[in-house]
Ligand binder design. Structure first.
Ligand SMILES: NC(=O)c1ccc[n+]([C@@H]2O[C@H](COP(=O)([O-])OP(=O)(O)OC[C@H]3O[C@@H](n4cnc5c(N)ncnc54)[C@H](O)[C@@H]3O)[C@@H](O)[C@H]2O)c1
Length: 288
């Protein structure tokens, strides 16, 4: 069966104006799905949707806003059909150690990454159950397994997202909905540029980074294959997942990983590549 012969689904993507969300939207349209791109950045999301043609539409959505969620689902239904697949992708970070971030920055991360995602899942659960079908795909992070310096509240928001995701999936296991959670490693988007600009995030550069299109492929493949959970890279990701359970082991491993991250970050900076998203390939491996 060719990819284009898969049943065309209506897919709502958050954080779709840029980075991984934009790549997911482009690939989903290329595979024949109809996509409602949503983002807090209205101008950017409308122009991203226009570039994808008539199987795409754009809508402003700040994922922290419950009324905005209802409007986005209604807009998708009116323009493309009832939403079959929700891809909760929008997320933010503020780099730096916990003591150096303001309380407001800590709160912002939790409000977007965790509460925003919960609000979206809460909206989707009712609507999708009423229509008797639906698939919720949450884009999380490898930091949901690993306590890492420089990622305290970001990682905490992703740990909590994973706990919420799997608890809801178990609650709904006998219902009509499917649930998938996907954990990207470092990916060359503006989020990684932000990390590149801050030496406290150097650990992100310890391992190979991925192009947003590689993550998008895993996400769009999941619309059909419906895996429970996807980690990156497939093997090393499983090792990282186990390592995160043992903070004492992390203390032993961390100095070497951090040193590699510092070296790789400095190499990128001295190569005149201050923006990680400009790199076509990075020679190292990454963890966040
Ligand atoms: N880039 C990485 O290294 C990396 C690694 C692991 C996980 N992730 C996760 O992948 C997802 C996408 O990240 P990215 O790298 O593409 O980020 P990005 O910064 O490139 O893009 C994020 C998009 O989300 C939008 N956004 C921000 N706040 C929003 C809000 N309140 N409501 C709606 N939209 C909002 C932004 O406008 C932007 O278009 C995030 O959940 C992130 O945590 C990224």
């Amino acid at each position: 069966m060719s990819r284009n012969s898969e049943r065309s689904q209506v897919v709502l993507v958050t954080g779709a104006a840029d980075g991984i969300g934009a790549a997911i939207s482009a690939l989903a349209v290329a595979r024949g799905h109809r996509v409602m791109l949503t983002d807090v950045n209205g101008e950017a999301v409308h122009s991203a949707a226009r570039r994808l043609g008539d199987r795409a539409a754009g809508c402003v959505l700040d994922i922290r806003d419950p009324e905005g969620w209802a409007k986005a689902f209604d807009a998708a239904e009116a323009q493309l059909g009832a939403v079959d697949v929700l891809i909760n992708n929008a997320g933010i970070t503020h780099t730096g150690h916990a003591r150096d971030l303001s309380l407001q920055q800590h709160r912002d991360i939790v409000e977007v990454n965790l509460l925003g995602t919960i609000t979206g899942v809460h909206t989707a659960l009712r609507r999708m159950t009423e229509q008797g079908r639906g698939h919720i795909i949450n884009v999380c992070s490898m930091t949901s397994f690993l306590p890492l310096p420089g990622y305290s509240t970001y990682g905490a928001s992703k740990y909590a997202m994973r706990g919420f995701h799997h608890s809801v999936a178990l609650e709904e296991r006998n219902g009509p909905l499917d649930f998938t959670i996907i954990h990207p490693p470092s990916t060359r988007t503006k989020m990684l540029d932000q990390e590149m600009a801050d030496p406290t995030s150097a650990i992100s550069f310890a391992e190979k980074s991925y192009a947003p299109e590689q993550i998008a492929k895993a996400v769009v493949d999941a619309i059909v294959s419906k895996p429970v959970e996807v980690v990156f890279p497939p093997l090393a990701g499983r090792v990282q997942r186990i390592a995160g359970v043992f903070p004492r082991l992390m203390r032993w491993v961390l100095p070497r990983v951090e040193a590699r991250g510092v070296r790789q970050r400095e190499r990128l900076v001295s190569d005149g590549q201050p923006r990680a998203s400009d790199a076509s390939e990075t020679p190292h491996r990454s963890v966040s």
